[in-house]
Design a protein around this ligand. Structure first.
Ligand SMILES: Cc1cc2nc3c(=O)[nH]c(=O)nc-3n(C[C@H](O)[C@H](O)[C@H](O)COP(=O)(O)O)c2cc1C
Length: 206
């Protein structure tokens, strides 16, 4: 098999995919409003089931950002050690980044789809919930890649789902579903390439 680096060196899009790394510490440098808007537009270009676009992006800076970080640190003491440590680490990244974007699902696809499909309510709910999560995940990945292409670093903080209710209340979206909190900023140091399984382990030809 050809070296994967060769495959991902073929054009700018593939190089961006290759070069994206999770970045958890950031420089003080601000992210320009133009860059932030570009990142949000890129997120909003993602595919979505039924084109429902049931993602919402909530931008946090300054006080709202530090209030969120403080809440996460304060509530982390209610969690067992390993998860508490991850929550505190997430809080540090939130504080450290000049801007943070929260991604939530509205539940509109679940509502609309369940009506549309006229099938068993629980089955429809599960199906459309999966569709909503998958759609928003695509938007998150667009956001991470757009940021990388602009020289910015990001990290997808999923661990905050452990305190989903608190986070959603804080964001003013109590009826939504938590997807991600994404600190964005200029990397304080380059990301470290994590070890990846060989393609032969994750791909099967039938
Ligand atoms: C759904 C999801 C949730 C994640 N949650 C966290 C998190 O809570 N904290 C964290 O530091 N990194 C989190 N990450 C980042 C992963 O740790 C990271 O993607 C992985 O180690 C591979 O490194 P890379 O992103 O540099 O390729 C998450 C990634 C995904 C896709």
């Amino acid at each position: 098999m050809q070296d994967p680096k060769t495959h991902l060196d073929r054009n700018e899009t593939l190089r961006t995919i290759r070069d994206r790394r999770s970045i958890r510490t950031f420089l003080d440098t601000q992210v320009s409003e133009a860059d932030l808007l570009t990142i949000l537009h890129a997120a909003h270009q993602a595919p979505s089931a039924h084109n429902q676009q049931s993602w919402r992006f909530i931008v946090l800076k300054d006080k709202s950002k530090s209030d969120l970080a403080a809440m996460v640190t304060e509530r982390s003491v209610n969690f067992p050690k390993p998860s508490a440590a991850l929550l505190r680490m997430a809080s540090r990244s939130i504080i450290n980044a000049p801007v943070v974007v929260a991604v939530i699902n509205t539940g509109e696809l679940i509502e609309r789809g369940t009506e549309l499909f006229k099938m068993d309510k629980e089955k429809a709910h599960n199906f459309f919930r999966i569709m909503e999560i998958q759609s928003s995940a695509a938007s998150v990945q667009n956001m991470l890649l757009a940021a990388t292409s602009l020289g910015l670093g990001t990290v997808w903080l999923g661990v905050l789902a452990l305190m989903q209710k608190d986070v959603l209340d804080f964001l003013g979206a109590p009826g939504g579903e938590f997807m991600a909190i994404i600190p964005i900023g200029y990397p304080a140091k380059p990301g470290v390439q994590p070890s990846k399984h060989g393609l032969d382990m994750v791909v099967k030809y039938l």
